[in-house]
Design a protein. Sequence first.
Length: 269
Amino acid sequence: MNLIDKRFAELKERGETAMIPFLTIGDPTIEASLELILEMERAGADLIELGVPYSDPLADGPVIQRSSERALLRKITIFDVIDVARQARSRGSKLPFILFTYYNPVLQIGLERIFKTMQENEISGIIIPDLPLEEDSETRAIAESYGVHLIPLVAPTSNERVKRIAAGARGFVYCVSSLGVTGERAEFFGGIEDFLSTVREAANVPIVVGFGISNREQVERFEKLCDGVVVGSAIVRTIESALHHFQEDAAHPEGLQQIGGFVGQLKGR
């Protein structure tokens, strides 16, 4: 069984909602990213999105753009990100890992090669925000042949496509809570409850909400409406504010505690 499916089944049994942090791998360093994954797992993360740094991140707001720029200065590649997952496993991590990347790096490497490498390194899912439903059939088929879920994004503006996207989803459906790019928000799309209800009715897998969620109060609001919550920009911003705590070879305890404490707070611990 894919680890994503297993984790959501376990959470459902316990009556819990998944806390899914997003992390730009290589920001501030590969070594720090590895330690942060392990710290977030200890703090209560249920799955983790491993962000691949990209020079033209169309779906990402300024906070994640800056983190990508910092990682790209270190020449972090998609293979470096996958290797961090391998290292985390060797250090005892049990979390399902989800690769978050744009299509160009996947296409350049080749579909067979990238999904084979993901399978070998126990990465359970992939999110490709610039790969639309109408063009994803080949990628989806190859991903599934290697036991990797291609996880779709669905937005309030998807309109009549919502049901088609949700109905064919694997792993979970990533529901975009706000219009525009990622980033912390005080307000969300006005019809968010109806939107999530529509996705829920169409999907045969869990539904997860992300984009703009940044504090425990917002997490609590969405816990009532979905099976998981992604927090990205707020975590990346917290890392950015703690850069002085990180060294070349590892992360200072103060930096790790700051990020772990924030994830624990989001989880409600």
